[in-house]
Write a new protein. Structure first.
Length: 193
């Protein structure tokens, strides 16, 4: 069951990445393979660091309280994200830089040196959830590898969809989908503690 939860956390952390890839693709911006690999590596490292921090806290308190705290943190992040998405549903994201801000040389190719800030903006999606997963005792390497791998593939898949001009509502709905998944994970963790 832990691997299923790890997969759900990876998916929740990567839904926004898919939407970003699609949005950039629709605008004709191509994220290079190396740039995408860098972003996935940053997601992996930040997730690993925060899940280890959560694990350290989780080891210092009784397992029941650690699981309750883990579920409450993940549920809280899900509720906060859902409320924020609802409040700002008609406005572009302020945390994710727009494609024209990232593509500084305006050549429609997002290269390695242009992805630094985007990498960290996308990684922040997973940090709180990874911390909560660490408190709950999930495997740090498993969570980090899942987040990093799904980050890479979700950006690539979103970009391919966007470059083909297949417009959909996933861009606007990604925050809702990710937050509902986190709410489910949080509630599940609370009730199985």
């Amino acid at each position: 069951m832990h691997w299923f939860m790890i997969l759900l956390i990876g998916i929740a952390a990567s839904i926004d990445n898919f939407a970003v890839g699609m949005s950039y693709g629709i605008q004709g911006k191509k994220i290079t393979w190396i740039a995408n690999l860098f972003m996935a590596t940053v997601a992996l490292i930040t997730s690993l660091a925060t899940i280890i921090a959560g694990s350290l806290l989780g080891f210092s308190i009784p397992e029941f309280f650690a699981n309750m705290m883990s579920g409450a943190i993940i549920l809280g992040i899900g509720l906060w994200t859902f409320a924020g998405a609802f409040r700002h549903r008609d406005k572009p994201s302020k945390t994710i830089p727009q494609a024209d801000q990232i593509d500084r040389d305006q050549n429609n190719l997002i290269s390695f040196n242009e992805t630094f800030w985007l990498s960290f903006a996308l990684s922040f999606n997973a940090m709180g959830t990874a911390f909560g997963a660490g408190i709950g005792g999930l495997n740090p390497a498993g969570v980090a590898l899942t987040v990093g791998t799904l980050s890479f593939f979700s950006i690539e898949a979103g970009q391919r969809v966007g470059l083909k001009r297949l417009r959909s509502r996933i861009g606007r709905m990604s925050e809702y989908a990710a937050s509902l998944l986190l709410i489910f994970i949080g509630i599940y963790t609370l009730f199985t503690s």
